[in-house]
Design a protein around this ligand. Sequence first.
Ligand code: HQG
Length: 178
Amino acid sequence: MTDRATSTSKFLAYVLRHRPDAVGLTLDGAGWVEVDVLLAALARHGRPVTVELLDQVAAGTDKRRFEVRDGWIRAAQGHSIQVDLQLAPSAPPAVLYHGTVARHLPGIRVDGLQPRGRTHVHLSADAETAVSVGARRGTPVVLSIDAAGMYAAGLVFYRAASGVWLTPHVPPRFVAPP
Ligand code: HQG
């Protein structure tokens, strides 16, 4: 992506996951807003985005952060505002991965993985993706999660359109040491 597409993607993620009010928007209960309404709001707030640039950003590269459907758009995952993405619960692969850093391990050992500022804990289907998630914060540490065990215990998983696996909380007994 171009630098402009990357900065637009970051700003859109901020607006659609965390602060729609920053550009005077309200999302519907599932996190959607009409593309026309979004573009008008961005222009009004001095962050104009063309339809072409939005298409480029929504198509993504490494990760599909946004969903576009019938002229509406939403963030695929990562929200801190309360939305119901209306994803169907889904059976996870036997093992999922979580990328983090060493300084979080003591807390994770005691409390398991908590969603922190977001609505869900984010897990990756492959260790390589988890490495890049952890690397955002420092030297990455990848934890293996016993997703099959969680599922058997009745805990719920969702797969976001981005490919990220979401679950409300991972109790510590399902987190294998790094
Ligand atoms: C940690 C990016 C101490 C957790 C990525 C993580 C991802 C604990 C941090 C997406 C803890 C939360 C989400 C506990 C969890 N004690 N630390 N009990 N439980 N933590 O950013 O998973 O590029 O909310 O390990 O690719 O890092 O934005 O979650 O380090 O998919 O599309 O608390 O963000 O996607 O951090 O990242 P985050 P995350 P985008």
